[in-house]
Design a protein around this ligand. Structure first.
Ligand code: CTP
Length: 412
């Protein structure tokens, strides 16, 4: 199927220079690919002293490019520079910053930087003394004046046991800046769609200092909210997790922090009215103390008697009050007979899609940055998403939501 113009896959040249932070560029590459970006890595000779070409070849959208003089691809710099939507250089060394400021095209990366009209983001990384050099700062100021965006380094541990300013910015920050620069090119297939996501494990108080909760971190729910916002949706995130969202999402995600299942039920009841898509990624506690003591329980008062009661089934309430065309997505965590149990749960819950985690699988589920899921469709199909980042899982869930909407709009 031909891509709609606004859904064209954006192309990013990822320039990697010779600094110890080159290993973090691997993470930048992987995250950009997970976000649906076509990444072409261009490594300098010195970058290859720090990180293997094979690593990028395995993760990027195209093999590594490193030479101006490759007979199979004549004038590679003009092809790369002209076709790029964005060039990100991470890490950018003092040497590369100086060459760029001076307009020296002495290798493929520099020639590509000079042969492009695309926006450029430089992410410097170097020792504090080098970072503070007047020459480095003046070169950066020159480049900034010319429209180059700088993602400044952070303060922290540096190579050789030193510590100070100069550490490459967090890959998540670099990717967020890159996606912001690509806004309008990155798929905006959820533009105008109102999406509500719940996240995190609720806390059910026993007294003012103690509570019952579960092992959910909220990372998958937050990744869903972020991915939906980046795809143009108008997102409300009802979360029981303290984790922060990337700063660039501040405006496009309306965040409501809650603590208990009862709080979450109230907030979702409001937020879901008129929503097009509701994704229940929260791990709502199934039970709560029947009574929460007003003051702290003390050992002096003897062993407290713990009487539990069920929490409201929020998803069941949302299914009962769903508006026409609203897509409801449930989550489930299973440890055995995963697909069969999930299929029964999907039928029982009456949702359109059920995302099931095998929480016993290595690297999947609670508190990991990676996940492996199966997405079960009420119509009968199953999409398997093998172990990958939670961002990539989020995009796969959103793809299934869009596929479901399309199927239900045009019955065959
Ligand atoms: N859920 C909910 N309210 C609850 C419990 C769960 O809305 N009180 C939602 C979760 O957010 C999730 C889905 O229901 O989207 C499935 O939760 P799960 O706990 O796996 O389902 P249960 O029906 O409680 O099944 P089980 O007996 O396997 O725990």
């Amino acid at each position: 199927m031909a891509e709609e113009p606004h859904m064209r896959t954006p192309r990013v040249v990822l320039g990697v220079c010779g600094g110890i932070a080159a290993y973090k560029a691997v993470e930048v590459c992987r995250r950009l690919v997970d976000e649906g970006v076509h990444v072409i890595p261009v490594l300098t000779d010195d970058a290859l002293r720090f990180v293997g070409e094979l690593t990028f070849n395995a993760l990027a959208s195209e093999p590594v490019q490193r030479s101006l003089w490759d007979e199979d691809t004549p004038i590679p710099h003009t092809r790369l520079g002209q076709s790029a939507d964005l060039i990100v250089v991470a890490p950018a060394t003092a040497h590369t910053i100086a060459r760029y400021a001076a307009g020296l095209s002495d290798d493929l990366l520099m020639a590509t930087l000079l042969a492009t009209r695309a926006p450029v983001i430089l992410c410097p990384a170097m020792h504090t003394e080098m970072w503070e050099q007047a020459s480095v700062q003046e070169n950066l100021a020159t480049l900034q004046r010319r429209g180059v965006e700088i993602v400044p380094p952070e303060s922290g541990h540096l190579a050789g046991g030193d510590s100070g300013v100069g550490r490459l910015a967090d890959p998540a920050v670099i990717v967020a800046r890159a996606l912001a620069a690509l806004a309008g090119i990155v798929s905006s297939d959820l533009a105008g769609v109102r999406v509500v996501v719940s996240a995190g494990g609720t806390r059910e108080p026993l007294d003012p200092v103690r509570f019952i909760t579960n092992r959910s971190s909220g990372k998958q729910g937050h990744a869903l909210a972020a991915a939906a916002a980046r795809r143009g949706a108008d997102v409300t995130l009802v979360t029981a997790s303290p984790i922060r969202l990337a700063p660039d999402l501040g405006a496009s995600v309306h965040r409501i922090d809650v603590e208990t299942a009862a709080d979450m039920e109230r907030a979702l009841g409001e937020a879901c009215r008129g929503a097009d898509v509701v994704i229940m990624a929260a791990a709502v506690a199934d039970f709560r103390p029947k009574v929460s003591a007003e003051s702290k329980l003390s050992k002096e008062d003897g062993l407290p008697e713990l009487v539990l009661e069920p929490t409201p089934d929020i998803l069941a309430g949302l299914v009962a009050q769903r508006s026409k065309g609203q897509v409801l997505v449930g989550f489930a965590a299973e440890t055995h007979d995963v697909i069969n149990r999930a299929r029964r749960k999907l039928d029982r819950k009456g949702v359109d899609l059920l995302v099931v985690n095998d929480v016993s699988a290595p690297g999947a589920g609670f508190d990991h940055d990676t996940n492996a899921v199966a997405i079960l469709h009420a119509g009968g199909g199953t999409t398997m998403v093998p172990l990958t980042s939670k961002d990539a899982v989020a995009n796969a869930v959103l793809d299934s939501v869009i596929a479901h909407q399309k199927e239900n709009r045009s019955p065959t």
